[in-house]
Design a protein around this ligand. Sequence first.
Ligand code: FES
Length: 111
Amino acid sequence: MVKVTFIERNGSQRVVEAPEGLSVLEIAHRHKLDIEGACEGSLACATCHVVIDPDWFPKLKPASEDEEDMLDLAFGLTATSRLGCQVIVTRELDGIVVRLPPSTRNMAVDK
Ligand code: FES
């Protein structure tokens, strides 16, 4: 099992355990965290946007070009943003800290 710390929008921390091989999005859903993931991991939305703790970001596999393209559409993009459905937890990521961004993409204010 791998420990994942989620920092929720209100700043509270949730430490959960998950089996290796699950995506951050799947883990968040299992624990009823507030993250959407509208396309269920098929890289067709950006609603699974999460912000990885800067200490952990370099340990992740780099994002694919498709992920980068989708990320560009994420609201509130940061230098350590990733799509939660594309980050698969492994033993090396035991203890990773993931923050839920303040708000997801909103068509009305996206310009
Ligand atoms: Fe749609 Fe991740 S759930 S891109």
